[in-house]
Design a protein around this ligand. Sequence first.
Ligand code: GLC
Length: 452
Amino acid sequence: MIEETLPTPEEVLAGCKSVLDKNQKGDYTVPAEGLYPHQWLWDSCFISIGLAEYDIERAKTELRSLLRGQWSNGMLPNMIFANGDAHKRDRNIWQSWRNPHSPDDLTTSGITQPPMLAEAVVRIGKKLDKVERRSWYQDMYPALVAYHTWLYTERDPHDEGLVLLIHPWESGLDNSPPWIDQLHVHSKPTWVRGIEKLKLDKTAVLFRRDTQHVPPGQRVSNIDALLYFNIIRRLKRKNWDIERILARSHFTFQDLTFNCIFIRANQHLKSIAKTIGHHLPEDLEENMKRSEDALDNLWDGFYKQYYSRTFITRKLVKEPSLAALMPLYSGAIDQERAEELVKLLKSPSKFGAKYPVPSVPMDSSWYKEFGYWQGPTWINTNWLITDGLRRYGFDKEAEKIENSSIELVTKNGPHEYFSAKNGKPAGARNFSWSASLIIEMLSRKKNVKKES
Ligand code: GLC
């Protein structure tokens, strides 16, 4: 047998940097060539976190380029579409121009994605000296305040402290069981039921582009793709106007992952404001406080875990997913609860896989080895979980996940996701956030070593 020689950490680092170079399109970086040809919101945030380790100017440019897409009401869209005839169809599906708040000179989606921007801004800030940091924060502050304010104004209509989402893609974990389960119950129109019954879904989705790049078994099912498309169609008919959207019983979700990331983003925004000597608007501060307390409403004492809940019924959706671990990242839970979550993380039948952290627990009926957000391990969620674990003092647990993430990318390259059972790669190759977050993890390790 030929002994496999693995690349050294330096080689992995160089490989990841070259992926980010290949995926660079002027001022921003696409998630992956072909499959994801536009700029995505939380992808660019994760990308800039890796870039900050070696090219601070490019990291700043990556984030500034996101602000091109900000709507005048503060919304940051999950996608800013690339120009050119090749992308006309995508622009037409969304028609952001129907909403008066959308930018004039480019087209975007009409929905958002997890608010990772404040974290990315702070990660860059940490690499700058005091004067540069203040000026960087001054630059980004107005956009951040507008975005966080928009999230409360439009997405928390009853001042509950929890924001609601209107499309599963806003959660970032597009196809996660709680969403899919609920969509099939509450948001399946008759025409989709018909297609499902007559088994016509193969022909109904000839328009799909993603399955031309990645095997269908690694993407969402045709029926789920139709459900997503149907929501876009409905939202577009309302011109992406939240009042009109909420006036009808549109399916809405208080998503656990999104709200945890938002809570952490609020903490970062507070520290940004402090650094530059600004007072946040009073309303915003009150809302921020409310959010930290409101997370408790998503806790289930019996199962000893957090869940998302539907906005209309206020019922927790007890379908298992990796979101359960995200309160660690929020930093808003107490040590006792954090310990409960670490039990879940370590349990072999839950999230304690050979290559952690699986996107659904190993014993779930939803678990599929290569199912899209329904089993595989992703590098960005690993990064979020390790960051949270460290803040709660679980350094050993964090290191285990970090080492396993590095091993996955060392052996296979920065793929989109990996089997939690045996580490086999899947999804897009040369995936930007896998590359950038491994750069961050490797650089951090090097710095820790230097310091000790
Ligand atoms: C998929 C992922 C989403 C990501 C996008 C671009 O839609 O689910 O989180 O932002 O791809 O990488």
